[in-house]
Ligand binder design. Structure first.
Ligand code: OAD
Length: 233
């Protein structure tokens, strides 16, 4: 640990599972018979905007019922106390890292509490349900959509993530199935740049063999223990 200064953490749905947020590919991963890959696409929102908005309205409303769990709190503690570089890249669109107090976060798949204008790209905070056809405050077009990266779209801030991975001494993946690229490929990039790699997950992810070390168990147990280890040096 003594040689570790720069840490990049990737989180996925598994870190929020113990808070009561459904994962995507678990037994509860279907939504009214739809696979997430069928609902979260640019084609789906063009074809049936009501369905796509309803999916995200439901998930946004759910945020009011859930709280950060010990894994989110542990990462917030690491963020507060770690003197080196740290970037928490999350695929999650919930706000549980921030509510736990983490600041060095990056939402590569967007955020439920944000609206994006499909015309001009303006963003604004959004907490309520979002019926299709809401007007953008910046350009006036009725083109607001959830600020979520759909399948087939490019995740946010990839340049920043790649720079952080290139400089990382340690890459830690938490609660993600490793099924969705480009996030699933971060471990290979981190390896390529010479970082140590660690996976904390309930079960081996699809890319488990890429990691130097894998620890299996619930994030609420594994993450606080790992953070204590890192902070103890
Ligand atoms: P998945 O649902 O694919 O995977 C969740 C992972 O978390 C699985 O490997 C589970 O074994 C693990 N897991 C479940 N409960 C856990 C717990 N209590 N502690 C630790 N691990 C646990 O979710 P993601 O990998 O995040 O994209 O999915 C990636 C992307 O696919 C999402 O960001 C989303 C989705 O389509 C978009 O919406 C763009």
């Amino acid at each position: 640990m003594a040689s570790i200064r720069n840490i990049v953490i990737l989180t996925g749905a598994g870190i929020s599972a113990e808070s009561g947020v459904a994962t995507f590919r678990g037994p509860d991963g279907l939504w009214e018979g739809h696979r997430v890959e069928d609902v979260c696409t640019p084609e789906a929102i063009a074809r049936d905007p009501g369905l796509v908005h309803q999916f995200y309205d439901m998930r946004r409303a759910k945020l009011g019922e859930v709280q950060p769990n010990p894994a989110h709190h542990a990462l917030a503690k690491l963020d507060a106390e770690w003197r080196g570089e740290l970037l928490i890249v999350t695929q999650n669109v919930d706000d549980l890292h921030e509510r736990a107090g983490a600041r060095r976060t990056l939402h590569m798949h967007g955020e439920l509490l944000s609206a994006l204008c499909a015309r001009c790209g303006a963003r604004r905070p959004w907490r309520e349900a979002m019926p299709p056809g809401q007007a953008c405050g910046a350009c006036g077009m009725e083109a607001l959509r959830p600020d979520i990266v759909f399948f087939g779209e490019v995740p946010y801030r990839m340049d920043e993530i790649e720079v952080a991975l290139a400089q990382a001494d340690l890459f830690v993946s938490i609660g993600t199935s490793g099924a969705v690229y480009p996030a699933a490929g971060f471990v290979q990039l981190a390896n390529h740049y010479g970082a140590q790699t660690l996976e904390l997950n309930l079960e081996p992810s699809e890319g488990s063999h890429w990691f130097d070390e894998s620890r299996m168990g619930p994030a609420g147990v594994l993450v606080p223990a790992w953070v204590d280890e890192v902070l103890a040096g």
